[in-house]
Design a protein around this ligand. Structure first.
Ligand code: ADP
Ligand code: ZN
Length: 727
């Protein structure tokens, strides 16, 4: 059995005393230590290593049919193996919250119906004697043989239960439980025709249709090149064959716009799965998918685990997006699991991106993935032009250069819209004392506090701590000053400069309330907002028809990043946000401000585009033996005392060196780049190997030893296979 605890072992139980023997894929309620736990049956066995007296008996079988098919279980096992993560926690990730808690798959509803005796009862006589009973009898009788739900009764007759009691005793009414079955199939929705495909799209579609069985293809097409149109055709093919389709999108990509487009074009109601859903809604969508009733499932990362009995195609849109990788707990990549799942099922998987990750590009070079290029924007829109602004030579106001401000005026005066991009929310990233130079820092993290002006607070963006912003320095009492710019400050500066224009800020602070994001995006889409200021929340998937100017305020953080993926990430985020400009008839312009205008990266990006940056980067990675030319795993530890965090990794290191692992390189242990976060000291040990199997075997050997290790008790630790952030 798999139980949701951070231990790799599986747990053996006897079947419950009464009831049928559960099948693999069913949940059981079991005693676990002094509490009860919900577990998932992995397999049935005739024997166990546990001594007779320690083998406990399960309390009850929760499911009368398996929640997961053998195929679904295979993905769960694969995930646990590949990521070296406890299978109980993998199972928990794969289950909707309500099922994880042991709630029934199909919630049953309390129903009331009229009995034969009730049907022949003299209503007039009853009304004289007991008017409330008569009223209830009438309402229930009206509902017919199927009866009426107790919830519905409560709405019309709030006190019905008191009247019902004697009637149930006399047998005038009958009470039963009904299962809330999912709707049989998707309701048909009226469809809209799509545009005729252009040459590149047709060629890509032809190549995709040509592949039967497992194949990985990447649609490498600039933003607006019509990738979605190609997916739509392929999805339609698959639906026509009576099979289900799974579409995975990044967290910010799951917009109402995108869902509406799929619904309108395919004429079916997709089941949507994302983390913002209420638990009951999520379970309902999951059940529709599992029953085969939902033919199209769209979701973010964890939707990759959704049971889909008839799966025929998986699409991963914006494949390069970091949100496909979970950064805590089970650190899986939904993209990579999608590929594994397609392989198990022998079906095609289509990835799409304007900025494919280097991992994917390398597989294309090796001939493992098929690369299909859509070189131009569909519908005749031209690619945007790029301009670099040297901040050392241009006067600027709170981070905005005069050149950029003038360009905003020109574009907005001409009826266009401007998007000002800065990946830093808040008012200013630093609060400094004008006299002693003291900088406000978080007390629990090795980081600075961000100034938030609207409520005069200082906030830590790493641990969430906040405190009041004082006008005087806490050290010397002199005046303090906010240094640098965040999106709030840009918004304020732009308001002063363009008092007659409508300015909309879009970041996680301005869109905190439920539904706010949709409202804000609607303003941006209609063009009612002349100037948009925002973080990467703005960079993906959105189509703002009026947008002609993109200004990138400060991209330099990425130029000197410590992570070996810094250049790849920077190029991706610039190209993605630039792709918002000029998507319709008016041409777009992209202005990039930098303090390092002569850095080779800029020439490479502006002259050769993402493809050139990617090619150069691949060369460097090959030379330095970084992924995708090697495999990494990162062991992290965190503890209240630095010595504990380090000592645990020292122990891990000694276990590693005791074993001969050819081709393995070990870096560390070292303190994490942010050595203290939320009051915990963090350290890490990086493992690199040329060959995945060598690394895999080592981790397989290591994990149980670490779980048992006495030094593990004082730390929180994790293994991250294929880490995307070395933080
Ligand atoms: P991507 O997914 O690559 O960003 P989309 O499929 O969203 O691109 O297409 C961008 C825009 O171009 C959409 O408005 C779409 O309707 C339009 N479009 C796509 N393909 C064509 C085509 N062949 N002819 C005309 N317009 C097209
Ligand atoms: Zn903090």
């Amino acid at each position: 059995m798999a139980i949701n605890v951070p231990l790799s072992r599986q747990f053996d139980y006897r079947p419950p005393r009464d009831g049928a023997c559960p099948q693999p894929g069913c949940r059981l309620l079991v005693p676990f230590g002094r509490r009860r736990a919900v577990g998932l049956v992995l397999a049935l066995a005739d024997s166990t290593d546990l001594p007779e007296e320690r083998l406990r008996r399960a309390i009850a079988v929760i499911d009368d049919e398996p929640l997961f098919s053998a195929e679904d279980m295979r993905l769960i096992r694969f995930t646990a193996d590949y990521y070296h993560h406890p299978i109980g926690e993998v199972t928990a990730t794969a289950l909707p919250a309500l099922l994880r808690q042991g709630k029934p798959l199909v919630p049953s509803r309390e129903m009331l119906a009229i009995s034969d005796a009730g049907a022949t009862c003299d209503l007039v006589a009853l009304a004289r004697r007991a008017p409330r009973q008569a009223q209830l009898l009438e309402v229930v009788a009206d509902a017919g043989d199927g009866g009426i739900a107790a919830d519905a009764l409560t709405e019309s007759l709030p006190n019905w239960r008191r009247a019902a009691r004697p009637m149930l005793e006399k047998g005038l009414l009958r009470r039963f439980a009904a299962r809330d079955e999912p709707a049989e199939d998707d309701a048909a929705v009226e469809t809209e025709p799509g545009p005729a495909l252009n040459e590149a799209q047709s060629a890509a579609l032809l190549a995709l249709r040509d592949r039967a069985g497992f194949a990985v293809s990447i649609l490498d097409g600039v933003t607006g090149s019509g990738k979605t149109e190609v997916y739509l055709r392929l999805i339609q093919d698959t639906l026509d064959h009576g099979r289900q389709v799974l579409v995975l999108v990044p967290e910010i990509g799951l917009t109402p716009q995108f869902i509406a487009r799929l619904r309108a074009r395919l004429g079916i109601e997709p089941a949507v799965l994302h983390s913002g859903l209420a638990d009951a809604a999520r379970l309902l969508a999951w059940r529709r998918a599992r029953a085969g009733a939902a033919r199209l499932v769209i979701g973010t990362r964890s939707a990759v685990f959704t049971p889909l009995p008839n799966l025929g195609l998986i699409v991963v849109d914006e494949e390069h997006d970091p949100s496909f990788k979970q950064q805590e707990g089970l650190r899986y990549s939904a993209r990579d699991l999608a590929i594994a799942r397609a392989k198990h099922k022998n079906i095609p998987v289509v990835l799409g991106s304007a900025t494919p990750s280097l991992d994917v590009l390398k597989h294309c070079r090796d001939g493992k993935y098929q690369r299909l290029v859509l070189p131009e924007r569909a519908g005749g829109a031209l690619p945007p032009t790029f301009r670099l602004i040297d901040l050392d030579r241009t006067p600027s106001l709170d981070g905005l250069s005069e050149t950029l401000l003038q360009a905003i005026a020109t574009h907005v005066d001409a009826g266009g819209q401007a998007l000002i991009f800065l990946n830093r929310r808040g008012f200013a990233p630093t609060l400094i004392c004008t006299a002693c130079g003291h900088v406000a820092e978080c007390r629990r993290c090795d980081s600075r506090m961000t100034v938030h002006a609207h409520d005069s607070s200082l906030r830590c963006h790493h641990c969430g701590a906040s405190r009041r912003l004082d006008a005087d320095c806490g050290e010397c009492g002199a005046a303090v000053r906010a240094l640098g710019a965040g999106t709030q400050r840009l918004e304020e500066t732009l308001r002063q400069r363009f008092p007659d224009r409508r300015i909309q800020r879009i970041d996680s602070d301005s869109t905190q309330q439920r539904g706010a994001i949709d409202e804000v995006l609607a303003l941006a889409t209609t063009g009612d907002a002349n100037i948009l200021v925002g973080t990467q929340m703005l960079s993906k998937g959105h189509h703002f028809p009026n947008l002609t100017l993109v200004g990138i305020v400060n991209a330099d953080q990425g130029l000197f990043g410590t992570d070996f993926r810094a250049a790849e990430r920077l190029a991706q985020s610039i190209v993605q946000v630039a792709g918002r400009a000029g998507r319709e008839s008016r041409p777009g312009e992209v202005i990039i401000q930098t303090g390092f205008a002569s850095h080779a990266f800029w020439r490479c990006l502006i002259e050769g585009g993402y493809a050139r940056v990617a090619a150069d980067e691949l060369q460097e990675r090959a030379a330095a033996h970084w992924p995708p030319f090697s495999r990494l795993a990162l062991i992290r530890s965190a503890a209240h005392r630095q010595v504990d965090a380090r000592r645990f990794l020292e122990s891990a290191l000694s276990l590693i060196v005791q074993r001969d692992s050819p081709g393995l390189r070990v870096f560390g242990p070292v303190n994490a780049p942010m050595a203290r976060r939320a009051g915990r000291y963090r350290a890490q040990l990086l493992l690199q190997a040329g060959d995945r199997q060598a690394l895999h075997r080592l981790l397989q050997h290591l994990r149980p030893l670490l779980e048992e290790h006495p030094h593990a008790r004082k730390v929180q630790w994790s293994i991250d296979v294929d880490p995307v952030e070395l933080l």
